[in-house]
Design a binder for this molecule. Structure first.
Ligand code: WT7
Length: 651
């Protein structure tokens, strides 16, 4: 609550620039009309967007079939995502886009490729034929475990072309995490690379796939892109090289005419248990949502060079690196590596080099750059920029103002976009040209989105008092379920109130109706804009033979937003200390990946529990962040635990 208190003291307002407003894709009048229609008749509004922004092979019979919590959008309609992202830009009045850059890609070592729409279309058709030759059909799942290279986008689009659902696993996840996801999705094929580049060094991916697939019997084939040239082992009959298959494949592959509700992808995200949830998205509604929001919020014009810095392994990479911008016929920039290689100004030199006009990134990155100093961005020509976006966590006003002044040169509107893996696309955001912004506020729900702030009983709270963010009406990009787990889908998202979706965030509105998102209220941490469940890290820790018990909480961190703190009770006879800390940090990295690696590990003889055995995380959070333990401790079973916990420290 302290964070939101300080956010709410923010009174600065930034009005849209009249010139920007005049040329915006959605001007003030349009936005007003859309808001009205979205409120009165959201189905009519979304049907309008579906017609305007998506091409359909055959029309729908019904816009929405809503049997809570299950929604079907554009019932009976047929379309194809790769057709919308590629073919339609090569035909008729859009045919001039054939030679427009679809993807500008830059590798970390400095190599680059510019891929036109016509070229991307050919590559995608070829790879779709490769998938088909491996027996992949519209009934299958394909895992992508790849670096940020164009082949990742090609593989995604090829899956959509034939109707196979992809499930991308972020390249930073461990072999163990990869295996869990392959098994859960029951995937037939894995697309990977020998490796990728990170911080100036090649890292391996194929070796992780080998380890994962050893215990994932559903996988019949592995296709390997050669990126780094590092040595890998290829298993005969199972593994093949991407470049060899592509050379032999035909560049002709008609897009499958898929039902609007055909599965598009599964993306795993953390929840409050140790097992990640496979969030399922489908075709027509998702595409409508991402195409509409990309066009409206980023105000994409034909001449823009748009850069969303997310990795394709996260939802932002799906919706706003690949599908949204390509559906709009835009030029999307993909960068392979870290922001700090070969120097800490890599991003700014990329912007100057390619003339980036729109930059969409996360507060954690902005805070990192603030710390590195203004000289780095100031040494580069950033005058091409005309719009900035933020996503992943609440942006603190200090970072907002720095972003506005130092990166945006005070001329670029900032869109702070709230959404999540489950929503598929942006839900709450400013619209440039029509909404006055306040640093730290995502402003208002988009037209057609019914967001509110409710109390536990489902009543709307008064202005300026805290509550729970809620979505009261279905929207086209919404998740259609958790893969293979109906009960969990209902329980996690739909059990708090009747027919209303609960995203898991706390929020409040100010007197002018602006939304201020506070962040997760459940046992999910937001590390650098990525979701990690406390339970996931706990299960990783207790899987180590020398750990008796573990509890994990987040503490505030200046750069990453939240840092992972683990309280660990070692098994009898095990010596706590620096070597054991190192072992445990390495163990979590191996089990999940480096993003989940605890910043602090504190050893303790006992954890604070209630009489019924529930760990009192609230107390641990206070201790982890060095605060006085506040609030009720009367349910604590053993008070002496508190004192000893406070003394626990690294070592
Ligand atoms: C959670 C979703 C959506 C893409 C990246 C993360 C937090 C996201 C904002 C924002 C405040 C935000 C929420 C949300 N979040 N954007 N603009 N302001 N909080 O996707 O991993 O599914 O995480 O990120 O807590 O629930 P994700």
């Amino acid at each position: 609550m302290a964070d939101i208190e300080s956010l709410l003291k923010e009174t600065r307002t930034f009005k849209p620039d009249p010139q920007f407003s005049r040329s915006a894709n959605w001007n003030k009048k349009t936005v007003a009309a859309y808001r009205k229609e979205g409120e009165k008749n959201p189905e009519r509004f979304w049907a309008r967007m579906a017609k305007e922004n998506v091409s359909w092979f055959s029309p729908w019979k019904k816009v929405l079939d809503w049997k809570p919590p299950y929604a079907k959008w554009f019932v009976g309609a047929k379309t194809n995502v790769s057709y919308n992202c590629l073919d339609r830009h090569l035909e008729g009045e859009n045919a001039w886009r054939r030679n427009k850059a679809a993807i500008i890609w830059e590798g970390e070592p400095g190599d680059s490729r510019v891929i036109t729409y016509a070229e991307l279309h050919r590559e995608v058709c070829r790879f779709a034929n490769v998938l088909k030759s491996k027996g992949v059909t519209r009934k299958d799942r394909v895992i992508l475990y790849m670096p940020m290279i164009p082949e990742a986008a090609i593989a995604m689009l090829a899956c959509t072309r034939i109707g196979a659902a992809h499930s991308i696993v972020f390249g930073g996840f461990s072999a163990e995490a990869l295996r869990d996801r392959i098994v859960d999705a029951d995937a037939k094929l894995v697309v990977t690379a020998d490796g990728g580049y990170r911080k100036g060094e090649p890292f391996g991916l194929k070796a992780q796939v080998d380890a994962a697939v050893r215990r994932a019997p559903s996988v019949e084939s592995v296709v390997v892109v050669q990126r780094t040239g590092q040595k890998v082992t290829m298993k005969r009959g199972r593994d093949c090289w991407y470049h060899e298959e592509m050379a032999a494949a035909s560049p002709v592959c008609p897009p499958a005419k898929l039902d609007a509700e055909h599965p598009l992808f599964i993306l795993y995200t953390s929840g409050t248990t140790g097992k990640p949830k496979g969030i399922l998205h489908t075709t027509g509604g998702y595409l409508t949502h991402v195409a509409t929001t990309t066009r409206a919020i980023f105000d994409l014009k034909e001449t823009d060079v748009y850069w969303c810095t997310a990795d394709v392994g996260w939802i932002t990479g799906h919706s706003y690196v690949v599908y949204g911008p390509l559906a709009c016929g835009a030029t999307t920039l993909m960068y392979e590596g870290v922001p700090t290689h070969p120097g800490p100004d890599r991003w700014w030199s990329l912007i100057a080099k390619w003339g980036v006009t729109i930059l969409y990134t996360a507060p954690t990155a902005i805070r990192t750059f603030i710390r590195l100093g203004d000289d780095l961005p100031k040494a580069h020509d950033l005058s091409s920029l005309r719009l900035l976006g933020s996503v992943g966590e609440p942006i603190n006003p200090e970072a907002w103002i720095w972003y506005h002044e130092v990166i945006g040169g005070k001329r670029c509107p900032i869109v702070d976009t709230w959404w999540q893996t489950e929503t598929g696309g942006i839900m709450i955001s400013s619209l440039p040209g029509s909404v006055a912004t306040k640093p730290g506020s995502a402003t208002f729900p988009l037209p057609g989105i019914d967001a509110a702030i409710l109390d536990e009983e489902g009543n709307e709270v008064k202005p300026s008092s805290g509550g729970l963010l809620a979505l009261r009406k279905p929207w086209p990009g919404m998740l259609r379920g958790i893969w293979g787990d109906k009960a969990r889908f209902k329980e996690v998202y739909w059990s708090k109130w009747k027919n209303t979706y609960f995203p898991g965030d706390g929020a409040q509105r100010d007197r002018q109706g602006y939304f201020w998102i506070m962040g997760r209220i459940d046992d999910v941490m937001n590390i650098s804009g990525h979701r990690i469940g406390t339970m996931e890290v706990e299960s990783a820790l207790v899987s180590h033979r020398d750990v008796a018990e573990a509890a994990v909480v987040g503490r505030p961190d200046e750069i990453t937003g939240t840092a992972v703190v683990a309280f660990v009770t070692p098994r009898g006879g095990v010596k706590p200390g620096a070597p054991f800390i190192k072992t445990l940090k390495g163990h979590v990295t191996k089990e999940i990946g480096a993003i989940a690696r605890p910043a602090d590990i504190r050893f303790t003889n006992a954890l604070p529990k209630t009489r019924s055995g529930k760990i009192m995380r609230r107390l641990l959070r206070d201790i982890a962040s060095g605060r006085e333990v506040a609030g009720d401790t009367s349910t604590l079973e053993d008070f002496s635990v508190l004192a000893s916990l406070k003394e626990s420290d690294e070592n």
